[in-house]
Design a protein around this ligand. Structure first.
Ligand SMILES: [Zn+2]
Ligand SMILES: [Zn+2]
Ligand SMILES: [Zn+2]
Ligand SMILES: [Zn+2]
Length: 368
């Protein structure tokens, strides 16, 4: 078993443009943004479960990976969903309380999908989807227990999302209930992240080019320099060198390894490496005492991580604060156990570039 595992390479996820119909539940997508493509179409996570632990507002869908366990009958289909709070104030360093993760799985014979994969690849045929079995919030795609009092058609998870939709155009549309779509609206573009497919491919490491520590250090310094020189004029170059010295000394080696490992595939947004060691951003703030699975008591193991490059595609960057992460680490039940619920909450951890951000903060350059 362990020999077999050691041959397994890391699967890297990359962003691809894909037509919306291809990212529906029936095609078992791995994707970023848009509505969640729920796997089990009933017994979705509750609105409470899909709310931020900090501010209690509804979370936004971040990404999902389709990751069946081939040796487990009840994991013939298996998808892990990641949600995050949109509020930058809920984003704290090395703290994932603004992120929640859910696992759903189904045997080959199940009540939602045919045992043979769907060949129906034409646009327009959306079923089966969670909207066939549930009223879903038009803004976020979670359960929508609240109904618009005017049209009695539009459904929402919360007053917040109703208000958002009202301002985004439902105020007008509400007068003509016959024309209202149950599953989409203008307002969702203000809330959801842009939608993309995630394509997975194996990481090929060039072992012949294995670098010495000195080489890694040198390249790392160059990396730092290249990011800084544009801001400074010649007078600052001494201070700049000081900063680089300080950063390379104070930044731990793990962060350098992290940067170097990404060099050949800088666009990776996800690393899938179930049961093995994550690519740590830092040697500090590693998860300790990952709680066992509450449903079966078995340990949880590392399954995959979300990389900082994904942030580029989310369009969250603005001049002020925004959500971010060094990496988000997802841990899930080792056994991927069956439970009486269709969605089981797993755990996320967040690691940030703390040593370097501390250096930057302590240095006058950090502010500019
Ligand atoms: Zn929040
Ligand atoms: Zn909602
Ligand atoms: Zn209405
Ligand atoms: Zn379990």
């Amino acid at each position: 078993m362990s020999d077999q595992l050691s041959n397994v390479v890391v699967e890297l996820g990359f962003i691809e443009k894909a037509p919306a119909w291809k990212l529906r539940s029936k095609f078992f997508p791995a994707k970023v943004g848009g509505y969640p493509a729920w796997l089990a179409l009933k017994d979705l996570p509750t609105n409470e479960e899909l709310s931020c632990r900090r501010c209690s507002k509804a979370l936004v869908f971040l990404c999902q990976l389709y990751a069946p366990f081939h040796d487990k009958e009840n994991c013939f289909h298996r998808t892990v969903f990641v949600f995050v709070c949109r509020d930058p104030d809920c984003c704290q360093e090395n703290d994932a309380s603004n992120i929640r993760v859910f696992r759903s799985q189904l045997p080959r014979e199940n009540e939602f999908y045919p045992p043979e994969p769907s060949k129906d690849v034409e646009p327009g045929s959306e079923s089966p989807e969670a909207g066939d079995f549930n009223n879903l919030c038009r803004i976020c795609g979670a359960l929508g227990p609240k109904t618009c009092g005017g049209c009695k058609v539009a459904r929402y998870c919360s007053k917040d999302h109703q208000a958002l939709d009202w301002k985004a155009g439902h105020k007008e549309e509400c007068k003509n209930p016959d024309t209202i779509s149950k599953v989409s609206c203008k307002g969702n573009a203000k809330f959801l992240f842009p939608e993309f497919e995630i394509e997975l491919e194996p990481e090929e490491l060039d072992t012949a080019k294995e670098k010495t520590e000195g080489e890694v250090m040198k390249e790392y310094e160059e990396l730092l320099r290249s990011g800084r020189v544009t801001h400074q004029n010649d007078d600052d170059s001494d201070t700049e060198n000081d900063l680089i010295d300080m950063a390379t000394k104070e930044t731990d080696k793990q962060f350098q390894k992290f940067r170097m490992r990404l060099k050949d595939y800088p666009d990776q947004v996800v690393r899938y490496d179930r049961g093995r060691e994550p690519l740590w951003v830092s040697s500090s703030n590693k998860p300790v005492d990952v709680p066992p699975c509450p449903s079966c008591g078995q340990p949880r193991q590392f399954e995959f991580q979300v990389m900082p490059q994904l942030l580029v595609h989310l369009k969250v960057d603005n001049s002020g604060k925004s959500i971010d992460w060094g990496t988000v680490l997802i841990y899930s039940c080792k056994e991927s156990c069956q439970s009486n619920r269709n969605y089981i909450e797993e755990v996320a951890y967040k690691q940030d570039y703390s040593p370097i951000s501390q250096v930057m903060k302590n240095h006058p350059y950090g502010a500019s």
